[in-house]
Design a binder for this molecule. Structure first.
Ligand SMILES: Nc1ncnc2c1ncn2[C@@H]1O[C@H](COP(=O)(O)OP(=O)(O)OP(=O)(O)O)[C@@H](O)[C@H]1O
Ligand SMILES: [Mg+2]
Length: 279
């Protein structure tokens, strides 16, 4: 196992120190996880179903409570933090889900503007008022994921890939320093999955937003990650670069031989989808 990102902690690093999560029914979600994710890194977390990928990601914004150890997001200790502080952490952490989690009967713009709610006064929320500056931020976010022309379309009228881009724009509208994505491309076809991964990679590079993505396709993990973290049964069992994560490494992480299900694309689709950034 190689260890990356172990430099002295800077202001906005995410630092897991001996973190364990035990669910109320006794199931161990994470066991003694120690790692540092430096600000601006693009991390992909891989592992079989039940390995602890979602638990790891959700512990970062307190969606899953850590039962022992210390977890810091920037300057803030997340473990045992009060509700007010936790809200602050969450406002700085954008979250993207497999199922997009949009309000599909509402317009794309309305969905993206929900990313601004944390910054609004109670009366603005009450009457549904959005200051022009927030609308500008929302437009800018939609521009970054290439769907600004869909701003006034009902979210339900978009394709899956477009809906996921709206979800990315909503996270961006928060102006977060961290984006967490839990299997963001699991319900998309391979070319669309690549487009969404390229969007995530672009905002990571252009805006320096630390990005942690759970994936189960090893080809996508290798293509987009600065760093791959492999998990098995709640523990980190690999920590290295995409080049270091060869098939043997993935077999070790999965504890079995690789199958066609472990890659997103057939060989022809790989060449169609390509690895080069979209123009
Ligand atoms: N709310 C919960 N209550 C009890 N156990 C849970 C809960 N959520 C997850 N677990 C258990 O914790 C372990 C890790 O689950 P987790 O959801 O983090 O895995 P995962 O790697 O994200 O899997 P998948 O690929 O299926 O999404 C599993 O054994 C799972 O059954
Ligand atoms: Mg999961």
């Amino acid at each position: 196992m190689t260890e990356q990102g172990s430099r002295a902690t800077a202001g906005r690093d995410i630092v897991f120190d001996d973190v364990s999560v035990v669910y109320p029914n006794g199931t161990k979600g994470l066991i003694d996880v120690s790692l540092t994710i430096p600000e601006g890194q693009f991390v992909v977390v891989v592992g079989l179903s039940g390995a602890g990928k979602s638990t790891l990601i959700r512990s970062i914004n307190g969606l899953v409570p850590v039962t022992s150890g210390s977890l810091r997001v920037g300057e803030t200790e997340v473990v045992g933090v009060g509700r007010r502080r936790l809200r602050q952490v969450r406002s700085d952490v954008g979250m993207i889900f497999q199922g997009f989690n949009l309000v599909t009967r509402r317009s794309v713009m309305k969905n993206v503007l929900t990313g601004r709610l944390h910054a609004q006064s109670w009366w603005a929320k009450l009457i549904g008022y959005h200051p022009p500056a927030d609308i500008e931020i929302a437009f800018d976010a939609l521009e970054r994921v290439g769907i600004v022309e869909k701003a006034w379309v009902r979210a339900s009228h978009l394709s899956g890939g477009q809906q996921q881009r709206v979800a990315i724009a909503r996270a961006l509208a928060q102006q977060p320093s961290v984006v967490l994505a839990d299997e963001p491309v699991a319900s998309l076809d391979p070319p669309t999955a690549n487009q969404v991964m390229r969007d995530l990679q672009r905002i990571n590079r252009e805006l320096g937003i630390t990005t942690v993505v759970n994936l189960h396709f090893l080809d996508l993990a290798r293509r987009y990650a600065d760093r791959i973290i492999g998990m098995r049964a709640g523990r980190v069992v690999f920590d290295g670069t995409g080049e270091q994560a060869d098939d043997k490494v993935f077999e070790d992480i999965y504890g079995r031989s690789l199958t066609a299900e472990d890659v997103s694309a057939t060989p022809t689709q790989v060449s169609v989808a390509g690895g080069d950034p979209a123009p």
